[in-house]
Design a protein around this ligand. Sequence first.
Ligand SMILES: O=C(CO)[C@H](O)[C@H](O)COP(=O)(O)O
Ligand SMILES: [Fe+2]
Length: 204
Amino acid sequence: MAAAKIAPSMLSSDFANLASEAERMLRLGADWLHMDIMDGAYLDCHLMVTNPSDYVEPLGKAGATGFTFHIEVTRDNWQELIQSIKSKGMRPGVSLRPGTPVEEVFPLVEAENPVELVLVMTVEPGFGGQKFMPEMMDKVRTLRNKYPSLDIEVDGGLGPSTIDVAASAGANCIVAGSSIFGAADPGEVISMLRRSVEGSQNKN
Ligand SMILES: O=C(CO)[C@H](O)[C@H](O)COP(=O)(O)O
Ligand SMILES: [Fe+2]
């Protein structure tokens, strides 16, 4: 079973105090710190950049553990990209925006040298605080049925009111920005997200 991972999106943190914000989230129980990187040319998620391969070396050096690129900009070179991400000691992941069919990522999960995570965007990439798109849960269900132990991440509009839908569809890695950083008790939101994921897994 894929373990629950709660990942506060640092896009919603206080940028002037990034180090203490990161420490605060880890202290409150976060598993991963979600970093959104965009160059403004291709507003898409995680490496929301046209050439993700340019970022492999610097992010490897900076100590990143996971490197998630977008399928829409890597249709011709994902094999080499996965290889280079792994060679720098990072876990490769692939993300897809709402309009991209889920079938497009199957070859990357089934490759000899596969991605280890699929990130299903539940908003149009670009900024935090948008409304969760429940219709994306069909993609999550399809992936979970096909790949029982895959890490499936969701990103965009996740919080106490939407987590149960995502968790019961099979998502185990939860990115949440505004719902955690905007809460009076962010630690309670992190715990609540984890309880929902683990509760859904125990039902199955
Ligand atoms: O990838 C992202 C934006 O493109 C962010 O991770 C995402 O929007 C998180 O913010 P929120 O939880 O407030 O929706
Ligand atoms: Fe993100």
